[in-house]
Design a protein around this ligand. Sequence first.
Ligand SMILES: Nc1ccn([C@H]2C[C@H](O)[C@@H](COP(=O)(O)O)O2)c(=O)n1
Ligand SMILES: [Zn+2]
Length: 166
Amino acid sequence: MKRDNYLSWDEYFMAVALLSAQRSKDPNTQVGACVANEQNKIVGVGYNGFPWGCSDDEFPWERQGEFLQTKYPYVCHAELNAVLNSISTDLKNCRIYVGLFPCNECTKVIIQAGIKEIIYLSDKYRDTDQVRAAKIMLDKSPYITYRKLETNLKQLQISFIPPELF
Ligand SMILES: Nc1ccn([C@H]2C[C@H](O)[C@@H](COP(=O)(O)O)O2)c(=O)n1
Ligand SMILES: [Zn+2]
């Protein structure tokens, strides 16, 4: 008989997004995103970080202070990277799984790429104008929907110890 405690597709793709977030060097918020197509194949992943050639050690990770001395003008969001890292520029009918609700800039990219659904985990910035603007666009556009991930999973453990050594 097959096991019954396997991950659903939604849980699996969100877990890939969360694993990708572990690559982020942002000391405050690590975000990952995973794009899956209609065949449930992963076509792109990404996490928040500075653009190519912009050193994680030289660019600022600060959240406050003079704008140009903070991370905000420089960091590429996880969703942008997932779309740009994808194997195709046409992501029609794909879904994007993301740890944190997309901002307005990423939402434009997501809509323009043809993605049909956003599945998110946290909406901790729901009271910001960026997320409000994102939702205004999403609520108007007939081509895309969004929903919070429904799961009973609290956490997922991954072990690098080979099972024979347990
Ligand atoms: N949907 C989002 C929202 C934010 N990010 C990135 C941008 C920053 O690196 C970080 C947020 O930093 P905080 O203001 O919480 O210190 O997360 C993203 O990739 N996707
Ligand atoms: Zn964004």
